[in-house]
Ligand binder design. Structure first.
Ligand code: ADP
Ligand code: MG
Length: 238
């Protein structure tokens, strides 16, 4: 069980406060999109959940346990970024298994988990290739494979589609939806793209200038926007 709870979460960089005490309860296995214009604090919030940024004030709980002081690897999460940063000298299989190797898992276990993840992502025929021999969409699937092999309870995505062209974006978006059904994991998905947020998520969190403007299902925020800002943001395409 891995609900994710933010309590009065604050982030300051020096004197500058960029996240102003936000509260959010993400349910176990829910797919939540954090959406809002560039600079509103989405990545900062996600990076605090991942443990890549310190929390200035407030608390983050994962699975009912406060994780503020836990390092990323102890948080039972995997993060997928927009820049997939694969290791160029390693094969797809090695890239996918690397974190397990670091964690000291046996070669047999690594192979089993990599094979499973490759089957889910349709990468089985590419396991011996290197990143330079893959298309952009295939690379992004390897990045997701890296996240899957760790079998986390929570997945965090930061604009994973933004480096892909329109056609691939649709494909990978479908993969992510399949992944959610298949992995039974809680997913928090950051995007500035309203359409992506509306099509993927159980609920949407609309952020603006470090605050949460509204939380609701896609239907709720579309039909009953809480503020003018939400109405404008959801109503008009980018
Ligand atoms: P988003 O992901 O929604 O585009 P970010 O979370 O990246 O927004 O940034 C939120 C705000 O915090 C922005 O104003 C950004 O300039 C600022 N910010 C992000 N990282 C840093 C940093 N390391 N130092 C100072 N300010 C930062
Ligand atoms: Mg960002």
């Amino acid at each position: 069980m891995a609900p994710v709870t933010l309590r009065k979460l604050v982030k300051r960089y020096g004197a500058l406060e960029v996240v102003h005490g936000i509260d959010l309860e993400v349910k176990d296995r829910e797919f939540i999109a954090l959406v809002g214009p560039s600079g509103c604090g989405k990545s900062t919030t996600l990076r605090m959940i991942a443990g890549l940024e310190d929390v200035s004030d407030g608390a983050i709980e994962i699975g009912g346990k406060k994780v503020n002081d836990l390092p990323p690897r102890a948080r039972n999460i995997s993060m997928v970024f927009q820049s997939y940063a694969l290791y160029p000298h390693m094969t797809v299989a090695e890239n996918m298994g690397f974190s397990l190797k670091i964690a000291g898992r046996s070669a047999d276990e690594i192979k089993t988990r990599v094979d499973e993840a490759a089957a889910i992502l349709d990468l089985s025929h590419l396991l011996e290739r290197r990143p330079s021999q893959l298309s952009g969409g295939q690379r992004q699937r390897v990045a997701m494979g890296r996240a899957i092999v760790r079998q986390p309870d929570v997945f965090l995505f930061d604009e994973p589609l933004s480096n892909l062209d329109a056609k691939l974006r649709t494909q990978v978006r479908t993969e992510i939806k399949k992944l959610h059904a298949r992995m039974q994991a809680t997913m928090i998905y950051v995007t500035h793209d309203q359409v992506e947020a509306m099509t993927l998520s159980d609920r949407i969190v609309i952020m603006r200038d470090g605050y949460i403007e509204q939380v609701g299902t896609p239907e709720e925020v579309f039909q009953r926007p809480a503020t003018k800002f939400v109405a404008g943001f959801i109503g008009s395409p980018p």
